[in-house]
Design a protein around this ligand. Structure first.
Ligand SMILES: O=C(CO)[C@@H](O)[C@H](O)COP(=O)(O)O
Ligand SMILES: [Fe+2]
Length: 209
């Protein structure tokens, strides 16, 4: 089944709670929350306090995408804030396996993300521990960028490593780019600018069909 996870990076921050309620009503399957620290990526967004403030606006899964250096330092803070699924970047932590164990020990689902230039081999010795793999289809840091086509090959490579794993694609997803990702084997789609620049319900429906 195809799932759509609107990224609130493209929402109106001045009314974030209402935006989360609106995408829930519009048929979103998860809420994708992009946390950026200005070090791992050249942008800064929000932290646990903001996430906690919107937790009671929806019952949907809070899919927290950590684009922060050494994410192991903050796992418990994001769990306490209401995260259901925590994604860390393989490039951001020295001890990836230990970080995954820490996420699971904290009682939430664990995923690993790879930047566009990072080979799928980076997942080889941790993939059996994971609930999901996130493949970045743009360089992380900003919404509204163009989909990088080499992601399609990476989707197939992840499938070869573990055929039953959820594969989430993040960056440049629209009604035009989603189809080839589904064909390659991905099943969860983050969409920021595409969903938030139109009628939310119509845009989510377009992606699902
Ligand atoms: O993690 C990121 C960006 O680093 C994403 O989640 C973006 O928010 C996706 O935005 P669009 O490409 O869909 O506009
Ligand atoms: Fe993201």
């Amino acid at each position: 089944m195809i799932k759509v996870a609107p990224s609130i990076l493209s929402a109106d921050f001045s009314k974030l709670g209402e935006e989360v309620a609106a995408i829930t009503k519009a048929g979103a399957d998860m809420v994708h929350i992009d946390v950026m620290d200005g070090i791992f990526v050249p942008n800064i967004t929000f932290g646990p306090a903001v996430i906690k403030s919107i937790r009671d606006k929806t019952d949907l899964c809070f899919d927290v995408h950590l684009m922060i250096d050494s994410p192991e330092r903050y796992i418990q803070n994001f769990v306490d804030a209401g995260a259901d699924l925590i994604t860390v970047h393989a490039e951001a932590t020295t001890h990836l396996h230990r970080t995954i164990q820490a996420i699971k020990a904290a009682g939430v689902k664990a995923a690993v993300s790879l930047n566009p230039a990072t080979p799928v081999e980076a997942l080889k010795y941790v993939i059996d521990e994971l609930d999901m793999v996130l493949l970045m289809s743009v360089n992380p840091g900003f919404g509204g960028q163009k989909f990088i086509p080499s992601t399609l090959k990476k989707i197939r490579e992840v499938k070869e490593l573990r055929s039953d794993i959820d594969i989430q694609i993040d960056g440049g997803i629209t009604h035009e780019t989603i189809g080839e990702c589904i064909e390659a084997g991905a099943n969860i789609f983050v969409a920021g600018s595409y969903v938030f620049s139109g009628d939310y319900e119509e845009r989510i429906k377009n992606l699902k069909k």
